[in-house]
Design a binder for this molecule. Structure first.
Ligand SMILES: [Mg+2]
Length: 234
């Protein structure tokens, strides 16, 4: 495959039920509904990419294909930790059962593990991006106790109703259900798109994945390791 040949496609934005997921694994190509490019441009939204708002912009596709890795994309609240609403303090953070063990499994299997999390609490002024980073540092430290790690965290602080102007945008490209965070990860990491999977607990997670050409599955609670193990993953 040519290194810069588009190999991606948009898939149907319908949800992927657990019951259909196993067969989908075996029929990945057939489920890519078209050969369109993923959404990599954001008409009228260019200002959102200024570095002060979101760090590095989407810079283009990965050109190396030799070492592409399957990647587990994880929503954070409701998948890795209990979603208590605007979780921002480590003291309030409660891991989902089996979450740390699941991350360790995927690390050992050679997958990248990348978190993509909406954090409109930043834009709403409830907490700062520094506090988001601090919470993620605590998560990494605790994961290390399980021989696990997250390869990258992407967060979307923007919201249409953000109190802080720099985070206010009518339709933030990074904020799920838009695919910006996933596209950014695809640009910055050697990801095998077709072998990758996103786990989310909301329709917006699955829509973002679909729009980035990533398979997705809905996690409705319980033990994350058992949930993924039932899918024969990793
Ligand atoms: Mg969630």
């Amino acid at each position: 495959m040519s290194s810069d040949t588009p190999r991606t496609a948009l898939i149907s934005p319908s949800w992927v039920s657990k019951s259909t997921f196993r067969s989908w694994i075996d029929r990945t190509a057939a489920n890519f509904a078209s050969q369109k490019e993923p959404e990599a441009t954001y008409g009228g939204n260019a200002e959102i990419w200024k570095p002060a708002v979101c760090g590095r912009a989407y810079t283009g596709r990965v050109t190396e294909t030799a070492a592409l890795k399957p990647t587990l994309f994880l929503d954070r609240d409701g998948v890795l930790n209990e979603d208590q609403g605007y979780v921002c303090r480590w003291a309030d953070f409660r891991w989902i059962a089996g979450a740390r063990e699941a991350v360790a499994d995927f690390n050992r299997a050679g997958w990248l593990v990348i978190v993509v999390t909406n954090q409109s609490g930043v834009g709403r002024g409830y907490y700062t991006e520094a506090e988001v980073h601090e919470l993620h540092r605590h998560m990494q430290a605790d994961l290390a106790n399980f021989g696990a790690h997250i390869d990258a965290f992407y967060h979307a602080p923007q919201h249409p109703d953000a109190i802080l102007e720099i985070y206010r945008h009518p339709d933030p490209p990074l904020r799920k259900p838009n695919p910006g965070m996933i596209l950014q990860a695809l640009a910055e990491w050697p990801i095998d798109r077709e072998a990758s999977l996103l786990v989310g607990d909301k329709a917006s997670d699955l829509e973002a994945a679909a729009r980035a050409g990533i398979r997705a599955v809905l996690f409705e609670g319980g033990d994350l390791r058992a949930f993924l193990g039932a899918l024969s993953l990793p």
